[in-house]
Write a protein that binds this ligand. Sequence first.
Ligand SMILES: Cc1ncc(COP(=O)(O)O)c(C=O)c1O
Length: 459
Amino acid sequence: MELRIDREALVPVVQQIVDALAEWLHRGEMSAGARLPSVRQIARINLLSQSSVVEACERLVAQGVLATRNGTGFFVAVTALAAQGPQDLPWFEGVEEKQSSHVGELKLGCGGLPESWRETDDLSYAIRQVSRTDMAGLFNYSTPLGLPALRQQILKRLKQLNITVDESRILTTAGASHGLDLIVRTLFKTGDCVVVESPGYSMLFDLLRLHGVSMIEVPRTPHGPDTHALEALLLKHKPRGLFINSFYHNPTGSSLAPAVAQHVLQLAKKNGVLVIEDDVYADLHCGSGTRLAALGIDDNVIYVGSYSKTLSSSLRVGFVVAGADVISRLARVKMISSMGASRFSESVLACLLASGAYRKLVQRQRQRLSTDREAALQILEDAEWEVFGKPVGGLFIWARSRNADYAQVRTQARRFGVLLSCATAFSPTGQAHDWQRINVAYACDPRARAFFQATAKAC
Ligand SMILES: Cc1ncc(COP(=O)(O)O)c(C=O)c1O
């Protein structure tokens, strides 16, 4: 039973053992009621102390995943495996539903940072701080626009991005997904038509479909949407909206060039199109760059941000920046549908932003991503993969093997314990392609390296 414990990771070893054992069990490696290999054996194979393994097993007993019988070892709890349906298993956007059961695989195609990259110390401190000192943060609803202390911090970051607004134009949300949902359901109606980027963010496509909004696709180039194609589409289809993922685009990792940003905005203004700029990877970006929102936030440009990609996807904090009228409409729908966002999460985040801990966290993440991106690009070059526009930051590289047979590439990945995203995930029309979204934070894992090398040999 190899648990693949990462001693460099910031997640404590006992927690890693808990996660790895739970994954191993949910992969169906043992049936309910079966006895786990002995603690001594698990410790020896994985070079762990027996006390760490015992502590991890005890935690799994407390969670109902394992059971003990009079000191005769640990057993798989009868209910543990039956209770967990597909909906409970780890999931990431872009993966096929039936693939999500392979929980032990390396999620090379996934959209977030691995747990082992997440840092717990500052977050735990902020959580304790709010629990001890902020009774309202612990028990009360937030305000309709969101906690003022958090919105003031967001305002400071927006200023660095040259997005000049006042605090009343910022609305907090439960992640960017909530922001996008509020925008689509409040500002669009069934039968409306919008432009989306292709390839693009699959959950946005699902959201628009859910609300009966039809999509036309503009090709994404390494510098942003193809403006010639966009111009033609705007004239022909007269869409009401345009959704753009500006920096470190999901899935290509590309960013909006300043000239493209200017051109897109001109076209949108000329054609009376509402622009929604989704910039959830913004904090992984440092340096110069032009956001559409920096060219002027008004009732025609809406900016969406999030802390899921850096701090925690679990806290569920994001925000929307827009003109006064749009913000007041969105705030009303936010209150009707959810009574506001989580005040507790907002207070924790405000605390991390105010102390500077968040700023230092993202600096470390950028640094680490930058090192791994360089290494990943080299691995891809050695394996002769084609790379789309060589990204300079963020989480993703968009690349394809010289072996155009996607099914074969995927089978090969599976043999190395690597999970790729689904071939149709990033197309608004569900068209299959052979490009892969490669998450930089997973790409240097030995399983990914072995997979890339094998694809080179297969060609
Ligand atoms: C482009 C894009 N927008 C929005 C989201 C949703 O982010 P959140 O977790 O803040 O809801 C994601 C998450 O992957 C994303 O990639």
